[in-house]
Design a protein around this ligand. Structure first.
Ligand SMILES: NC(=O)c1ccc[n+]([C@@H]2O[C@H](COP(=O)([O-])OP(=O)(O)OC[C@H]3O[C@@H](n4cnc5c(N)ncnc54)[C@H](OP(=O)(O)O)[C@@H]3O)[C@@H](O)[C@H]2O)c1
Length: 328
């Protein structure tokens, strides 16, 4: 069955999603798009190549059509919300999502802000309206962690989780250990290669990893986790001496996010770990280890960001909805 989607945000992720829909035979049509300044609506399906070509010049469409209008007026089954993250308020994405759910539309998002702040509210509203909120792309990029939690490992008790949830920090730590670069040199290199933002504060201070930890904790344990309850230490004060000391014990240092619900632990911090541990790997990958009662310990590893990699998670969620729920 063909599923109709409206896409809000045509940056790296939004364009990746459109490209994959255009290039693959997925039975998905795009009936609305919007960026920060313009929008397009076509109930019979937009010409995706034309949208992507128009976006190269700045705007994707008509300045008289806002993102709000696309959400409230377009004919779609699934709202794909891929606008920038505001970790403080979750806006405007939070309002877009609520408006779409009120209209009986499903939500697929990569936006960590509203999901870390308002997951329960959004899920409750979605339950009431008989629709789904899916957010695979908010944690671990292409890694199918949410599908694994909700499907593959359904029925398991999750005792603990720990993971490397920020590729920028992993890259910096890898380079400091391998080449003896200082933190500042490794950060400069990460910036040059496009692995770090111009303002890397959220990444290097551990906040990005903590937001993802909150999303995972609330998904698994529904325990009202919030950012202010995470004990956070970043990597920005890490010295080469600390890495050298770890090296002497055949260990290294990684920024680890961890949750032990029975002990009330939610923590992000640089940890000394043995080099043969599954969470020690090089570069910008992400990984998550789950401790379960039936399946034992399971580690998922993969690309934590990127246009097409994140689109993979978004497309997976759209197709999950179209195969599990009736779309009109
Ligand atoms: N990039 C990744 O690898 C990745 C991975 C996982 C999750 N994420 C998350 O996915 C989301 C999108 O990331 P991105 O890298 O694609 O961001 P991006 O490149 O900055 O693109 C954001 C897009 O959203 C549009 N936008 C901004 N404000 C808007 C508004 N109020 N209404 C409608 N559209 C608006 C922008 O419009 P203009 O084009 O007009 O500026 C732009 O097209 C973020 O929440 C990010 O944290 C990204």
């Amino acid at each position: 069955m063909t599923v109709k989607v409206a896409v809000l945000g045509l940056g790296s992720v939004g364009k990746g999603v459109l490209e994959m829909i255009a290039r693959k035979d997925l039975d998905i049509i795009v009936t609305g798009v919007a960026d920060s300044k313009s929008g397009l609506i076509d109930p019979s399906g937009l010409d995706i190549d034309a949208v992507l070509t128009a976006k190269k010049t700045g705007r994707c469409g008509d300045t008289s059509i806002s993102a709000n209008e696309v959400v409230s007026r377009a004919d779609y089954d699934v709202l794909v919300e891929v606008t920038p993250t505001d970790a403080g308020s979750g806006e405007p994405a939070h309002s877009y999502m609520k408006m779409a759910i009120e209209r009986g539309k499903h939500i697929v998002t990569s936006n960590k802000g509203p999901i870390s702040l308002h997951l329960k509210e959004l899920k409750d509203l979605a339950n009431e309206k008989g629709v789904l909120v899916r957010y695979e792309a908010t944690v671990g990029g292409a890694i199918p962690i949410m599908h694994t939690l909700g499907n593959g490992l359904a029925g398991n008790k999750f005792v603990a989780l720990y993971g490397v949830l920020n590729g920028t920090c992993n890259y910096i730590l890898t380079r400091m250990a391998a080449e003896g670069l200082t933190y500042d040199q490794a950060l400069a290199e990460a910036r040059e290669l496009g692995y770090a933002e111009a303002d890397p504060t959220y990444d290097v201070k551990g906040i990005d990893a903590a937001i993802k930890l909150v999303i995972l904790a609330n998904t698994i344990w529904n325990n009202g986790a919030s950012l202010d309850r995470v004990d956070i230490t970043g990597i920005d004060r890490l010295t080469n001496d600390a890495l050298r000391l770890a090296e002497e014990k055949d260990c290294t240092i990684r920024l680890i996010a961890e949750a032990f619900p029975e002990r009330g632990v939610l923590r992000v911090s640089p940890r000394i770990i043995r080099k043969d541990h599954p969470l020690v790997f090089e570069g910008t990958l992400n990984a998550i280890t789950l401790e379960t009662d039936m399946a034992g310990e399971i580690t998922l590893i993969g690309k934590g960001a990127g246009s097409i990699e994140t689109a993979s998670a978004i497309i997976g969620d759209i197709l999950f909805i179209s195969s599990h729920v009736r779309c009109n």
